[in-house]
Write a protein that binds this ligand. Structure first.
Ligand code: ADP
Ligand code: ZN
Length: 195
């Protein structure tokens, strides 16, 4: 398999997408570890919104960990980029950042540096997730991973949202106070959204 552009002198953007549990964080951590073995200086970030696990680590569902800086917005990342010396920028859960992150990724790539992002390409409705499709469009390399569908065990491309034991409704708010919520990977055929 051709392994991205990690040996290139030119800047580039690569993005790893797919549903929850597809191995996006795992793959991002793998690429960052390889960059570190090559003595490249890596700046890693994640949006602070995602504090399911430890706060200053990118953590995969199978326990892989990478130290990172938690930020509350894209402008904070810009400050680090201006002030720090680095070769590689990595961002996990990029779907939670604002549109500004697109210009920042472009700027870093134009500085001949490597940008590695990972994030959800679709929301729980199965619709494109905010800025992620735009990043996919401008990226040199897109890796779309699948998880395993929890219903039929085929490759899963979507994230099923479950609220109080039932498929979430299309119009359900992002944050539902008091509800018992969970997410699982599903294929196109098994993915359910109640209209
Ligand atoms: P993502 O960042 O895409 O949510 P992670 O890298 O955090 O994914 O976790 C991937 C790991 O999750 C897999 O290596 C596997 O051990 C575990 N896993 C749990 N449920 C599933 C599933 N339905 N399909 C695939 N992997 C799963
Ligand atoms: Zn299925």
């Amino acid at each position: 398999m051709m392994d991205f552009i990690e040996y290139s002198k030119n800047g580039s953007i690569e993005i790893i997408v797919g549903p929850m549990y597809a191995g996006k964080s795992e793959e991002l951590i793998r690429r960052v570890n390889r960059a570190k073995i090559a003595n490249l200086r890596v700046l890693s970030f994640k949006p602070a919104i995602d504090n399911r696990y430890s706060d200053n680590h990118i953590t995969s569902h199978n326990g892989k960990k990478l130290e990172c800086i938690s930020v509350t917005n894209a402008a904070e990342i810009l400050q680090y980029i201006i002030n720090e010396e680095f070769d590689v920028l990595s961002i996990d859960e990029v779907q939670f950042l604002e549109e500004e992150i697109i210009g920042i990724c472009q700027r870093v790539a134009d500085m001949d540096k490597r940008v590695i992002c990972s994030g959800l390409d679709m929301d729980f409705r199965g619709e494109p997730f905010k800025i992620v499709p735009d990043l996919m469009a401008i990226a040199e390399n897109v890796t779309k991973l699948t998880a395993i569908c929890m219903k039929c065990k085929m490759p899963a491309t979507r994230t099923q949202r479950i609220v109080n034991g039932k498929p979430a409704k299309y119009d359900d708010p992002t944050i539902m106070v008091g509800a018992n919520e969970s997410y699982e990977a599903r294929c196109r055929a098994c993915h359910e959204v109640i209209k």
